[in-house]
Design a protein around this ligand. Structure first.
Ligand code: AMP
Length: 433
């Protein structure tokens, strides 16, 4: 028989992993709803032309195929381009600014590695129809809240603006066409280091003086105020760069006012981010516990929706990579370690008492206690306890003839083996924390 296997880069998640994933999802969703974001769902498959021309170099990673009707289709690459399509298609029904969140799988033909998959789940949050720096700040505040609630001990969001890098390129004597190449080279900073990026710039034809200047500026470090001041000094004559610095300044001021702890964000002029649709703020959240790359990222894309809608609709958003959050949380032991959804396991004493056991299980479920019911009244209690233990239920419940006569139930705690009798009417309360 052929080996049974799934596709490389696409993962199965068994229950224990799923329970942690669902916890992550619940927390992120709760934080989004706390900020008044509403849910959106779009299909996993789009017309290929919807995705084409939006992703720059990454377009080669799109999964394409033809359906039975000969239509040219693609698996969604992210949830941003489908959002842009939705906004164009339903603009009349949406009240802007519109805050939406969406959760689901995205597909990229990447070379799989730890934290990099071909099918992965993204949780996106976007504010559509606002160019206010308060919208940018709210997205960063939201992610800071979500990661803190998930228990991440130290993470920091690196902030930059597309026109800061553009300004750095221009200040180094490069024309607009060359600026794109500079983004791409700088985007590899974490992978190649300063010297690697320098070599790449020189290979692109940037002279050594300009290369040195670019490298010095993109490595500017310090508090947001210090970094902004240094950049202002060097980019003073460049109108677009100055506007970008003003914008970053306003975003930082809003983050402060919103109470985001200052150690949670930093301006990093070297941050480029690969996707070509960003026009303003770009950001990535990193943690020393995940040196391989970013936990999540996002930015402002004021032009993308216009490609569908015919008019620009300014938008800012982010995508949490559920798989990365999951991998890092697993590694750091963050979040609950659950093996099952069930709290109670109701045993069946014998055929005569099967009906009582079923009624008890129904009462527990109605009372909000997640309950497994034994399926085999012919099995001895010992075997049923073993099954309850294997299923990781916390409690096994016994309702034998004596308990029935006394109107009681025995609750056995499978963690420590202790047991107690409880009046039938009090069982739900006894199992509810
Ligand atoms: P992007 O859509 O490229 O901006 O990515 C947003 C986030 O999605 C990243 O920060 C990751 O957390 C996650 N992500 C992107 N690509 C992958 C991948 N191939 N596998 C797992 N997670 C990914």
């Amino acid at each position: 028989m052929a080996k049974v296997q799934n596709i490389k880069g696409m993962r199965d998640h068994l229950p224990q992993a799923m329970l942690l994933r669902q916890h992550i999802l619940t927390v992120v969703q709760r934080v989004c709803e706390r900020h008044g974001f509403d849910p959106l769902q779009t299909p996993v498959i789009e017309y290929a032309e919807v995705l084409e021309g939006k992703l720059g170099d990454d377009e080669k990673l799109i999964y394409r195929f033809e359906d039975h009707g000969g239509r040219s289709l693609a698996l969604r690459y992210d949830q941003t381009v489908p959002l842009a399509r939705v906004v164009a298609q339903y603009a009349g029904q949406l009240a802007f600014p519109w805050r939406r969140y969406a959760y689901g799988p995205s597909y990229r033909g990447e070379r799989p590695a730890r934290g990099r998959y071909r099918e992965f789940y993204q949780f996106d949050a976007d504010i559509v129809g606002s160019s206010s720096p308060l919208a940018d700040a709210e997205i960063v505040a939201l992610l800071s809240e979500a990661l803190a609630e998930l228990g991440f001990p130290d993470f920091v969001t690196l902030l930059n603006h597309r026109q800061v890098i553009g300004g750095i390129a221009r200040a180094s004597g490069l024309d607009e066409a060359a600026a794109g190449g500079v983004y791409r080279a700088i985007d590899k900073f974490d992978k190649l280091g300063a010297s690697g990026v320098g070599e790449e710039l020189v290979r692109m034809g940037v002279n050594t003086t300009a290369t040195e200047q670019i490298l010095a500026l993109v490595q500017t470090e310090g508090s947001p105020a210090t970094v902004l001041a240094t950049l202002r000094e060097h980019l003073a004559g460049d109108e677009r760069a100055v506007a970008a610095l003003d914008n970053l300044h306003a975003i930082i001021a809003a983050l402060e006012a919103m109470g985001v702890p200052p150690e949670r964000y930093r301006i990093a002029p070297r941050l480029a981010r690969g996707l070509s649709y960003y026009t303003g703020l770009v950001f990535e959240t990193i943690t020393p516990h995940w040196p391989e790359g970013s936990l999540l990222g996002g930015g402002r894309y004021d032009e993308l929706i216009g490609q569908f809608a015919g008019r620009a609709i300014p938008t800012v958003g982010l995508a949490f990579g559920l798989d990365r959050l999951h991998d890092v949380m697993e590694e750091l032991g963050l979040g609950p370690r659950l093996n099952t959804t069930a709290t109670a396991f109701v045993t069946i004493f014998g055929h005569d008492l099967a009906g009582e056991a079923m009624a008890l299980a129904s009462e527990l479920r109605a009372g909000g206690v997640n309950t497994l019911l034994s399926l085999d009244p012919t099995q001895g209690l010992g075997k049923q306890f073993k099954e309850a233990d294997r299923k990781s239920a916390r409690y096994a419940l016994v309702l034998g003839p004596d308990e029935r006569d006394r109107g009681e139930v025995v609750i056995k705690d499978l963690r420590d083996g202790s047991q107690r009798s409880v009046a039938r009417a009090d069982v739900v309360a006894a199992l509810t924390p």
